[in-house]
Design a binder for this molecule. Sequence first.
Ligand SMILES: [Fe+2]
Length: 314
Amino acid sequence: MNEGLHPGPEQKFNLTEPVNLLEKNGDPRKRAWVLSLALLVREDWHKMTGKRGEGYRPSIFRLMKAEGLFEKKDTGERKHMAPEHMITVATGALALGKLLKEKIGLQDEDIQDLLLGGLIHDVNKDVEFRTVRLTMENESAGFGQAGYDLAGDVSEQKLRFAGVPEDIIKMHKMVGHASCPEIEEILEGKTELSEKEVIKILILHYIDDLVTSPNIIDPAITSDENSNRLNALDRRCIQNENNPAYEKYNLAWQKDSRNKTGETAFRMQRRVGHLVETHLADLLGVEDPLTLPAVIYSQMQKEIQENWARRKDK
Ligand SMILES: [Fe+2]
């Protein structure tokens, strides 16, 4: 075996340089980070669900496996990339939570909640995929909206059975355009939720809005043909708005009973996403809200680097 063809990680990467989170490159710091997330969440989960020595206590990756998220197609490709998406969301939520921790008095438990919320928020993707397919040609089902809603309800029931606390179940449902009417009410102070519950919901909602293919939080600011500045949130919503596969579903949201503005799904998601972004940027003292993805990206790099250093010290 030619060892030169298989350089060790230290040979291939400069492990003192900031980690690259925009491409899949086999950097060992990322693998170490994912393992640490799994351990952190397992501890947290056991604490929550094991009070009486009973209950459902999977590791997060066993739960994802049980939900069919690691299944492969006949071609050998993975059916779902939801685990990668959830790891990105969890990492982004943890990073933003840590940045806000000092400013607004979040506790370690709140950061753990964000981590768990991120790692379960799309655990129903396999069921969702099927329910959406069953309803996507049906106008009265909102061309797939009823499928998303049903999968969300099923997920809620399963997580409740698993002993996940109600505030985290609530958090996991507050992502995507369908949650936008309630997110807007929350921003206007029309809510019974506590201040901490609100901030955790806003963090998870915002981070989920930012993640683009291939499951990255892109820090770049670009501009469109009219020189409007666009960040990851804009690019994601524009891409969805222009995706022919989502056309009917995007328009059907205009007639949904939850929708009070008549916007399409992705226009609403973009507008409300920016409201949340401005709110979070204000709390953080970030002057230009459009740069919030870049601030989060840097903090994600920092968390991963610090985890690597802790691991190397052992
Ligand atoms: Fe998501």
